[in-house]
Design a protein around this ligand. Sequence first.
Ligand code: NAD
Length: 365
Amino acid sequence: MKTYNVTLIPGDGTGPEVTEATKRVLEATGITFQWDLAYAGATAQDKFGTPAPDSLFESIRKNKVALKGPVTTPVGYGFRSVNVALRKRLDLYACLRPCKIYPGVPTLFKDVDIVVVRENTEDVYGGIEFEKGKPETKKLLELVSATTGEAIRQDSGISLKAISETCSRRIVRFAFNYARAHQRKKVTAVHKANIMKFSDGLFLATAREVAREYPDIGFEDVIVDALCMQLVRNPSRFDVLVLPNLYGDIISDLCAGLVGGLGVAPGANLGDDIAVFEAIHGSAPKYAGQNKVNPIAMMLSGVMMLRYLGEKEAAERIETAIAGVITEGKSVTYDLKLNEADAQVVGTSQVADAVIKKLRKSNKK
Ligand code: NAD
């Protein structure tokens, strides 16, 4: 039997607990993995003095596939996001986040099955920023004033938003190809082109052009604020959403909320030949070490990894086992119970035990 070499990044906060639970479930399928342990984020900062050591990139480049726990990024100070660095340096340009309702999940909605395709490498995530009061910021303000006649306040900080035709084209193509391969009917391009005519406007114009190459798939565009309203009113009218980086980040959390929350929302960062699988959620540091958070989002990311590796049958079996655990509702974490004090709330590792028990039963059939 084939052994898969996979980089395993436990991450920070609750990351090690959800990745361990996921590793156990993946191994319970009988598939063998050679896990190549790598560190990122605050854990790597403590160990190696940098949040993104070379060994992290070397391992992922070598194995081409990684399963990654969430990492902590300091807010407003300290090191820049390791996630952004990974996505940019490995050119993981497509962020794929399926959001669908599993029966039994507490949610206000039914029939939501949306796939969010987020551009992962540019937009305001480029990390090109100008700090208030710095000489280079002053120079930029002078340039803006001289070329546009518009004055920006002297005490401004500036983050550059750049959206290219190249990256817009490849992400929209990715969304259409995904739609075609997965029998999806419609792609919706999301933007704010009425205000940002040269960045979002370029994204929209490119999306319209690409859409003409796919006459078999429906296409529409929607302004991001209108999308938010429509998503919470009638989410089942959406199928595949394609968005620039920032809107994709925000809207995927919104979509996760529609289908039961961050505890059940998986994801993948995909390039042409490298893939990093991780849940949408962050490191939830306040729950670290408490065996509390939901590992299902991470497990479903593992299911996406199995499908990527061509292990479709094993992926199906895990997904069915997870769906069974959710529907039964006897071995789920606090976030899947409307009443947190519910006696039947279990911890992270007990969810893995329950999924593995179901898998073993299906192995015997
Ligand atoms: P978060 O997703 O870590 O947590 C927000 C809240 O959502 C938690 O307090 C918890 O109530 C809930 N939650 C999250 N994951 C859950 C799970 N698996 N099960 C049950 N409930 C869950 O977001 P945050 O607090 O904004 O960020 C914490 C840290 O994580 C920050 O440093 C941030 O930069 C980082 N982050 C990392 C990633 C990543 O590595 N991909 C993604 C998002 C945020």
